[in-house]
Write a protein that binds this ligand. Structure first.
Ligand SMILES: Cc1cc2nc3c(=O)[nH]c(=O)nc-3n(C[C@H](O)[C@H](O)[C@H](O)COP(=O)(O)OP(=O)(O)OC[C@H]3O[C@@H](n4cnc5c(N)ncnc54)[C@H](O)[C@@H]3O)c2cc1C
Length: 599
């Protein structure tokens, strides 16, 4: 297993040099504590914890997995103790509301920690990740009493949270869910139904688990308009806030699955369990979106983590493994062969992983800054603009990054040749763990429909324009810069094409609605490559400016410029294929009669 090393230099580059986090934090309401020194200290401490405590447990988690018995679910060796240390370090409370024990630090800073935790050990990171989503949901929609009862415990990390949406017959289409919520005389509800695939639904790391559950009230309208949201704790809270008797909710079994073995994926049975309504009746899905949006950005990090971990492992290997000679003559004449890093194709695989990991970091931190402004921006106007940008970027970050992160993890394995397929090196685990990213929290197909249908076409392209305007401005400001020409010219052309493609799809969708579904995944991938082009051009600019200014870190900045060049020349052309494909029309997909699919 590669030993995870937190990429602190690159984290700092993206935060401070690319996204000017110092200024960003100064502009937020209540982020006074996020001074540069404080930020460095937090990230440094977090990095140590992830490298020394979580990374060594990654392979243990995969090998042992979780075990179910009548008494509950046991997590892999070391997970419980690591969680205790995580709690003692105050990590669960980092970004939470100070009124309930949180530290009130900006969300974007919390995401840096999530990146390090998730890359070191994704299965572990999902336990606090789900608590974080439950915390956000109760913070935003809970009553004062619910906040006092549940938030304080979730924020301290004493209790953890879950997100209970999926049922055996429905995942993407929550409109068909059947779990029932019947009113009790005391104002609570009796929740009955089965939820499946519930991450962290049962485990031994915390004394109580707070399930956030979607269910239907009696007589509720059909479909998504009749869904309400409930808090259903595993143990009912006592008057003094401690966890009391067991509620009628239990874990029936856990799934055996391809990856993330250290995280328990549970079948949860609610047998008239006591629950409390959160938010208005029949508006549960709207409230749950708070959770899902947190989780979607959280899942985007999985793509980044997979690329980073694969890159770290395969880079070290490529420098040591000897095989054949460089085509342009020996580079290691003393040895029996050259290290494989001399071969162009191995460099292609390494640079793809590097471009994905660093581009993903830039995209996630940019998205996280929008989340900061939505939460703590000083003016209504700022908050509204950030909310639009966040809505537009979230499906791209979630789906594009998990897709190309998975590709990068595969390349990490490929660099190892046959050894990549062997468990010992951890590369095949990285591939297996990364695969779920494209499925949960809304599959790539569902994210693509959200982007093209809801976010872009339903706003008549406004959310896209909000983003392309920024790109246009950047291109205009740098149009005369000779050094940046190789980035600005293709970026400006693509930015224009992005709008044109959208108009074309919009027009054909007016004639045939299937065109949206037929174009959506290609549209999403195209959008991802376009957003990356913008970010890589900006990163190249920062690096080029630094080189002109003079720096002692020439190697670092040079590598940024080289990686940007690699991205533009060797990855961006893929967008052309997506453009052509998205305009190919729905006929080639829909004309085939269903029966003709038969073998
Ligand atoms: C390990 C793991 C952990 C999970 N954790 C949680 C959790 O904590 N909480 C929770 O509630 N759920 C969880 N899930 C469930 C997960 O979110 C769902 O599996 C996912 O949303 C997909 O739903 P589904 O499996 O029902 O697939 P379906 O909805 O049946 O979809 C099947 C296929 O059809 C496609 N499809 C469906 N509708 C459309 C459409 N309109 N247009 C185009 N394509 C479409 C999908 O993209 C997919 O490819 C988890 C799942 C796994 C495997």
């Amino acid at each position: 297993m590669p030993e995870y090393k937190a990429p602190l230099r690159d984290i700092k580059f993206v935060m401070t040099e690319l996204l000017n986090s110092e200024q960003h934090y100064a502009n937020l309401e209540g982020a006074e504590d996020a001074t540069p020194d404080m930020v460095d200290a937090i990230i440094g401490e977090g990095a140590k914890f992830c490298e020394q405590v979580l990374s060594p447990l990654n392979q243990v988690g995969d090998k042992e997995g979780c075990t179910w018995s009548e008494d509950g679910v046991k997590t892999p060796t070391g997970f419980k103790e690591a969680y205790q240390q995580y709690v003692e370090g105050g990590w669960p409370s980092m970004t939470a509301d100070p009124n309930y024990g949180g530290q009130g630090l900006p969300h974007s800073l919390g995401l840096v920690m999530s990146e390090m935790v998730g890359t070191a050990n994704w299965s572990f990171g999902m336990y606090p990740g789900l608590s974080h989503g439950a915390t956000n949901t109760i913070e935003e929609h809970g009553t004062e009493e619910q906040k006092q009862t549940y938030l304080t415990k979730l924020i301290s990390g004493e209790w953890t949270g879950t997100m209970c949406l999926t049922e055996p017959h429905c995942g993407s289409d929550l409109g068909t869910l059947r779990t029932k919520a019947e009113p009790n005389a005391d104002g609570t509800y009796a929740i009955t139904g089965t939820k499946i695939f519930i991450s962290a639904g049962e485990h031994d790391m915390a004394e109580n688990i707070v399930h956030i559950v979607l269910a239907r009230l009696p007589g509720a309208p059909e479909g998504t308009k009749g869904i309400s949201l409930f808090i259903v704790p595993k143990c009912l809270p006592n008057e003094d806030g401690s966890s009391g008797e067991r509620n009628a909710v239990s874990c029936g079994s856990i799934e055996h699955k391809m990856g993330i073995h250290g995280n328990a994926t549970c079948v949860m049975n609610f047998d008239g369990a006591k629950g409390w309504l959160i938010g208005p009746e029949n508006k549960g899905l709207n409230c749950m979106f708070t959770f899902m949006n947190t989780a979607r950005i959280g899942t985007a990090i999985q793509g980044l983590g997979a690329a980073e971990l694969g890159f770290q492992g395969s880079l070290a290997y490529a420098k040591e493994r000897l095989a054949m000679r460089s085509l342009s003559g020996p580079k290691n004449p003393e040895g029996i062969a050259d290290p494989i890093i001399v071969h162009p194709d191995v460099r292609r695989m390494l640079l793809t992983q590097k471009a994905v990991a660093e581009g993903a970091r830039a995209l996630i931190y940019l998205t996280a800054q929008q989340a900061d402004v939505v939460h703590s921006g000083k003016t209504e106007e700022e908050r509204k603009a950030a909310d639009e940008a966040l809505g537009f970027l979230t499906p791209i970050a979630k789906a594009f990054l998990t897709e190309i992160g998975y590709e990068a993890a595969n390349l990490g394995m490929q660099v190892f040749g046959g050894h990549g397929f062997i468990s010992e090196w951890g590369m095949e685990q990285n591939v297996r763990d990364a695969r779920i990213g494209m499925i949960y929290e809304g599959t790539t197909g569902i994210q693509a429909l959200d982007l093209l249908g809801r976010k872009v076409l339903m706003t008549q392209g406004e959310s896209l324009k909000g983003f392309t305007k920024q790109v246009h401005l950047f291109c205009k400001e740098n149009a005369e810069d000779e050094q940046l020409k190789e980035f600005i010219e293709p970026l400006a052309a693509m930015n224009k094409e992005w709008g044109e493609l959208t108009t074309k799809i919009g027009m054909s969708a007016m004639k045939n609605r299937e065109e949206v579904g037929a174009a959506s995944v290609d549209y999403l991938m195209y959008s991802g490559y376009a957003v990356f082009a913008y970010l890589w051009a900006r990163m190249a600019k920062v690096a080029l400016d630094k080189m002109v200014e003079g720096t002692t870190e020439e190697m670092f900045y040079n590598a940024k410029i080289q990686t940007a060049r690699f991205y533009f020349k060797r990855m961006l052309p893929r967008a052309k294929g997506h453009a052509e494909s998205m305009l190919a029309g729905a006929d080639s997909l829909m004309d085939m009669p269903e029966e003709a699919f038969a073998i």
